[in-house]
Design a protein around this ligand. Structure first.
Ligand code: ADP
Ligand code: 5GP
Length: 190
């Protein structure tokens, strides 16, 4: 049996930089695997089922809740569900991998509560809400309505930053990434 792996959680409001940092970490550490969540939202351009998310229907999502298949799940905005699959995380942990979760503030708090010291939760903070708005606009993935919902939510989520193991401000991308990489490296080798 290999030594059990650990959990890495990147947490931030939507647009904070989780996907960007996730890509870099996956490129730099071959022992890290991405935890593919399930969601009922529609795929964005370039997103692949089973790679970025498992894109499933609301009925299937509800069925999986009933079957206790989620470590944690949430309904975000009107009928859009996201959830971390217990089997994905546990299978990889038991194989000795470090499993990386890109989830929101409440989900991260729940996972941290379950796994305690087996998990490192890094809060990625945008330099300001104005910058966050600009980045989301530039990303170009949101309608006016989902943009507003995400920004309203972001304001509340920022208040939780200090409850995580560590906070990294994502101002200059390379600087922020090198801080995250350092923290991840220390955690993995400890
Ligand atoms: P999340 O996964 O948390 O929603 P993303 O990683 O998609 O956030 O980042 C949101 C947008 O901001 C993306 O278009 C990304 O390229 C951009 N971005 C991320 N970090 C920075 C940064 N430090 N400087 C400028 N743009 C950034
Ligand atoms: P997006 O629609 O931009 O991919 O994700 C919206 C938000 O949902 C992001 O903050 C993302 O981290 C979060 N998210 C993605 N997967 C999960 C999950 O499995 N559980 C929870 N709680 N949040 C998730």
């Amino acid at each position: 049996m290999p030594k059990r792996g650990k959990i890495l959680i990147l947490v931030s409001p939507s647009g904070g930089g989780k996907s960007t940092m996730t890509q870099r970490l996956l490129n730099d550490f071959e022992e890290i695997r991405f935890s593919v969540s399930a969601t009922t939202r529609k795929p964005r351009k370039g997103e692949i089922d089973g790679v970025h998310y498992y894109f499933i229907s609301k009925d299937e999502f509800r069925e999986r809740i009933k079957n206790n298949e989620f470590l944690e799940w949430e309904e975000f905005y009107n009928g859009t569900f996201y959830g971390t699959l217990r089997s994905v995380v546990e299978n990889d942990l038991n194989k000795g991998y470090f499993i990386l979760l890109d989830i929101d503030v409440l989900g991260a708090k729940n996972v941290k509560e379950i796994y305690g010291d087996e998990a490192l939760a890094i809060f990625i903070s945008p330099p300001s809400l104005d910058v966050l708005k600009e980045r989301l606009k530039k990303r170009g993935t949101e309608s006016d309505q989902t943009m507003k919902t995400r920004l309203d939510r972001a304001e509340k989520e920022m208040a939780y930053a200090s409850q995580f193991d560590t906070v990294v401000v994502n101002n200059d991308l390379d600087t922020a990434y090198s801080k995250i990489k350092q923290k991840v490296s220390t955690f993995i080798t400890s």
